[in-house]
Design a protein around this ligand. Sequence first.
Ligand code: ASP
Ligand code: MG
Length: 412
Amino acid sequence: MLVVQKYGGSSVANPKRIRRVAQRVVEMHRQGHQIIVVVSAMGDTTDKLIELVKEITTNPSEREMDRLLSTGEQVTIALLAMAINSIGEDVISLTGPQVGIKTDSIHSKARIIDIDTGRLQQEINDDKIIVVAGFQGINEENDITTLGRGGSDTTAVAIAASMNADLCEIFTDVDGVYTTDPRMVPEARKLDAITYDEMLELAHLGAVVLHPRAVECAKLYNIPIHVRSSFNHNLGTIVKEVTDLEKDMVVAGIAYDLNVTKIGIFDVPDEPGIAHKIFSSLAEKNVNVDMIIQSAMRNQVNSISFTVSQTDLRHALNVVENIKDDIGYKGYTHDQDVAKVSIVGAGMVSNPGVAAMMFEALALENINLEMISTSDIKVSCIIKKELADIAVKALHKKFNLGDENDSVCCCS
Ligand code: ASP
Ligand code: MG
């Protein structure tokens, strides 16, 4: 079997852990498998590098920033290769550029365009264990690029896809993907399996177990991912197309996001092209808009509200200010004191009444719903931030997610 394994920052945080990872990799290799290992930077190295920059300049060049951040992973590959070698196995470490991971030129969030598998294939044929630096590649100008925070997951999945691997394992410091954040809800249960789409929603909604791009890439090339702990040998969660184990589960997980701001624009003229003007102006400034609600028209005016991440708030408010004369609205407000809670489940589309169950659970807790949005596999509500904890607990209970036996299909 050709296996791609990825170990995250906490799994390689210190020399002892690196030696333990080396043991685990060698075990697998001695069972007769071919192995490519992708690693992150040790512990919080990447954060520390970013801190260093702040002491030098507030306006670093993007090229130099990527050059700097890519070094974290390069330290880990050398140390891990030494550890594997000292156990007596043949091993080689390779940086992203050495592997031939070609990306576009968008520094700090580059996308992988192609992987030249020649080198990987050659080392595998020589029966070497390969250790690859995650989170980086090289652009057309031969400059180093990085794939965005958490991007080593994407490196692993992309290599698995391009090498036609039999298995892609992502090792982390939790046992897998949970029904919700276990720090918030102690009854949260590890899922045996989850679909790509569900995982994407959960990844975007604050359950940061996997890099969203990695899930997109896995879905595109149909690579099952096994998310599991590097601290034990328990089975984790399989992320794949259709889950047989839990396919009847209407709601697979509850996500929440505290990094949300609601912006409302009042008395907007009810004319064609207005929404286009507002949202294309926001897009031009790279502001990511999530939920959008337009109220029913009264007296030829509407109100339009939408949410953006708190990080984008300043840009978003600038845009809204700037289009005032063009659009002719009366006023606007924003509220950072909100959270988004969502129920996610691939079974929702064929089960009526799931949204109503959600609203019932929240109503019983006396929680006001400020915005609602739905898709085939999720329902999200904006509520007061201080109620997020109560809401997540109530929803987890409502859909019986803590109880393995009851959690299968809970909608009557
Ligand atoms: N070291 C990078 C980060 O901390 C990439 C990764 O860990 O996947 O974001
Ligand atoms: Mg990391």
